[in-house]
Design a protein. Sequence first.
Length: 535
Amino acid sequence: MLNFASMRTLGWLWVSWLLLVTREQALPAAGLDGCDLVIRHGRVVDGTGAPAFHADVAIKNGHFVAVGNLGGIRAPEVDASGLVVAPGFIDVHTHVEDILEQPEAEHFLRMGVTTLITGNCGSSAPDIAAFFEAVEAKKIAPNLASLIGHGGVREKAMGGSFNRPPSAAELSLMKQAVAQGMKDGALGLSTGLIYLPGTFAKTAELVELARVVKASGGIYASHLRDEGPEIRPALAEVFQVARETGIRAEISHLKLRGQASWGQAAEILQVLETARAEGLDITQDQYVYTAASTSIESLILDEARTGGPEPFKAWLSRPADKARVVADMKHRLQRSGREDYRYVVVADFPADRSLNGLNLAEVALKLRNSSRLEAQIECIFEIYLRGGATGVFHGLLEADVRAFLAHPNTMAGSDSGLHRFQVGVPHPRGYGNHARVLGYYVRELKLLRLEEAVRKMTSLPAGVFRLAGRGQIREGFLADAVVFDPATIQDRATFEQPHQYATGIAQVLVNGVLVIKNGQPTGARPGQVLRGNCP
Ligand SMILES: [Zn+2]
């Protein structure tokens, strides 16, 4: 005889079965005729981290409307036999303020990215509302969200003089600008604390602005003040902002730069864990390469570049000031355990593209007939004075990259801008980052499960950045999806030859519309602007 508990269990089983039956059989009758598309016979990795399962996925009006055995539905279909069907990837860290010039954002789509979060490292469109309106008028292929950049806000409020705290009036202007950005739909505030003018901001200023963002429900995303020997105090500063305001905080492109800091990933992750244990809501993102990329002129003392190239020229003409800049550069090299700048490769120098792809020792040999450090430093000055260049900065430890990637709160962020195909020698991350996670780190190294890697690129970022209704293959969710072959997905872009699209990605959908079909871009631009819901 059945006791009460087992009857209850049976009853629960019955209800579950009924739900399953209803889910699989009743849905077609409930309006699935006229679906726009059914992705058939795929292995669904739904974005939550749950084990993959075989199912068809039906899409209607830009949403997933059914997931299951949908043999009865007649609709246009995509065959995903042998392939994985995952939510479209969210790239949480990009710099695509110029997306109006390349609205198809092809190299992002081709690595499975369907949503870009831009406005990072303190640098965003100055007017979020105008930017979003222009994007909507132009129409773009991926979805787009933005943070409001602290650097731009600070620059506008303080004019050309940055190396000081803001006056009360200036701080008030900055708060207003941040509040406006949040009202216009920014997801939060970004800081770039190694860049001008953010580098001159003290923690108290960041706390004041974070308070405004917190009141609007936003996030604080920070390019740390230091990613090498001083990373601990730099992290402590983020924690202080989070602690004093209660804001959620994101560590942008977590890394350990320079040999002197290598091998400390486990300790740094422990520092983050300790902060979380304290109750702070801290997450992080990362690109999966052993090189960084930023402007070459960032190697020059901030103070000397405050007013731009013209005042810098005057600075160099004063021997004592020039000596100070050179000494600072040598000191920083030494502190990071390096002898010179041959770890830096020119990515794109518009004033002289024959230098693209050369490291700074090679540049010095070409321009100064000497590869010595002094000649390299002169070349860095020259590059800045001739309009500046982007560079690729080698010098991260692969073991650290892996340790950061394996952590459950690390998301994928390429840190890439939009590249013109075949122009310059940019960092390969914009062409390969998300595919590299799945090809190299999941399939080849087995560093993490496929389902877990997909979670870190979908539901985790959707949750952290509050992108409602995205990041999962689930009924009612927006139909951003990527269909790929787990056996062949791979990044092809290398440091030497970065302009190579990722492979193994068959279909990419944004809001239910195919933007990559059978591996080729369709030219469709169904992307939406994703505004934060500022109360
Ligand atoms: Zn950055």
